[in-house]
Design a protein around this ligand. Structure first.
Ligand code: SF4
Length: 434
């Protein structure tokens, strides 16, 4: 089969780490002059679905996508379906039995062996020298930069170590090489991702050296914003604070999922930190980094979470006032430590608790946003929609945080920075003019 004439579509589900893996795969395929199309409904020869298998909702979405593709195959609109990523890494045997219409299942493509297997299955040449080279897909001016894969933390509710295995830091040279290639392509914002960015270096140097990564990246020409995501509260390397303070192109923004605040729940979750030390760390970060925007993620409905622990969490969210906050409902994942506990809280109650936290956060976010009215803020324009330009401040990670809606008589260019006068605010969006 001469693949060269074929068309390929890649569907990416799940987190930004999957986006990076798909971008790498796309680079290897496009290098062979293969056309990659976004939408496989219009007669595609091969569809590759890069799945997510982290929690129930994500698994459901992945299976829906696979079954959808199978329907198209039955109608003769697709020749072949390849499934890769976390869902097939975790449930390959079950999937092979349940959905035999899929031509081939692969594990996570962050593992080189699986990436090589997919390329071979497409009858293409695997060019190792292209590893690290990729065209950012969400946009041309910001890109995710994955600094490691896998995780050594023992969080009781999490299936990722079962899927991705132990932590392995990407060597610094490779990280810088990738960042330079992205900067050469016009990328201005790098978003640092991993399962745990704060663990970087521990497996190589026996010591956490995220500060070295940040400091080295701050010297890459053309990179104007470096954003730190997925930090882990326990053992947070303090030397990172000074590197953020001393480098203007590292955003005063930190994503630090705390998951909960009750000592009883933190202990059962095996987060390796107490309420007291969590608050101490967050306050140190706030006191030491000016105008810091803290993003966190919390889980509601964990098996042992009674009204008491949930109220404690609500009170903390009210008092601490995170600038950015996401809430997940606990998902009972087999083979995790927490799976030994009874998933005692009904889904309806979990959703109600999620709603309650979001309603607290809505007021906090609105109050924060109103403080920016009348101020000039620097905005990176991402796109134009009808007659408004839409962008983000250093306080906003793409795809998960807020946006700024800009009216301007002048033409603005996506990927450029502009000073915007904020004239209005809503809970989760700002409005301004140039
Ligand atoms: S830090 Fe915890 S929650 Fe995050 S990937 Fe590792 S084990 Fe999972």
């Amino acid at each position: 089969m001469r693949v060269k004439k074929e068309t390929i579509s890649i569907i990416t589900l799940g987190c930004p780490k999957n986006v990076v893996d798909s971008e790498q795969l796309m680079t290897l395929i496009e290098n062979e002059k293969i056309k990659i199309i976004n939408n496989y409904q219009d007669n595609t020869d091969i569809v590759i679905i890069n799945t997510c298998g982290f929690i129930e909702d994500a698994k459901k979405e992945s299976i829906e996508q696979i079954l959808n593709a199978v329907e198209y195959k039955k109608k003769g609109k697709i020749k072949k379906i390849f499934v890769a990523g976390c869902l097939s890494e975790r449930y390959m045997l079950e999937l092979k039995k349940e959905i035999p219409e899929v031509d081939k299942y692969f594990g996570v493509t962050s593992k080189e062996k699986n990436l090589r297997d997919i390329i071979k299955s497409l009858n293409l040449e695997y060019k190792k020298n292209l590893i690290g080279e990729r065209k950012p897909s969400p946009s041309n001016h910001f890109a995710y930069l994955k600094i490691s894969d896998g995780c050594n933390n023992p969080c009781s509710f999490c299936s990722i170590p079962l899927i991705k295995g132990n932590y392995h830091s990407k060597p610094l040279k490779k990280i810088i090489y990738e960042a330079k290639l992205l900067a050469d392509r016009g990328v201005k914002e790098l978003i640092l991702i991993a399962q745990d960015t704060t663990y970087w270096g521990k497996d190589i140097y026996g010591k956490r050296k995220l500060s070295l990564v940040l400091d080295s990246l701050s010297k890459v020409n053309g990179i104007e914003w470096i954003r730190l995501m997925y930090t882990y509260p326990a053992h947070f390397p303090r030397d990172v604070i000074d590197v953020i303070r001393n480098n203007t192109n590292i955003c005063n923004y930190i994503d630090i999922p705390i998951q909960h605040i009750s000592d009883k729940i933190l202990k059962s979750m095996r987060r390796g930190i107490t309420r007291k030390n969590t608050i101490k760390l967050l306050e140190i970060l706030r006191n030491k980094i000016p105008n810091l925007y803290l993003r966190t993620t919390i889980i509601v409905g964990y098996p042992l979470e009674t009204e008491k622990e949930f109220n404690e969490l609500c009170e903390f969210v009210k008092e601490f006032k995170f600038e950015r906050l996401g809430v997940f409902c606990y998902s009972h994942e087999e083979n995790t430590e927490a799976y030994k506990l009874k998933d005692s809280i009904p889904q309806k109650e979990k959703l109600l608790r999620q709603e309650i936290i979001y309603s607290i956060q809505k007021d906090i976010s609105l109050a924060n946003n109103k403080k920016l009215i009348g101020k000039q803020v620097e905005v990176l324009v991402d796109r134009k929609e009808s007659d408004l330009y839409i962008g983000r401040t250093y306080m906003d990670a793409p795809e998960i945080d807020q946006e700024v809606y800009i009216s301007s008589v002048h033409k603005l260019n996506p990927g450029e920075f502009y000073k915007v006068l904020i004239n209005d605010a809503q809970e989760y969006d700002l409005f301004g003019e140039i």
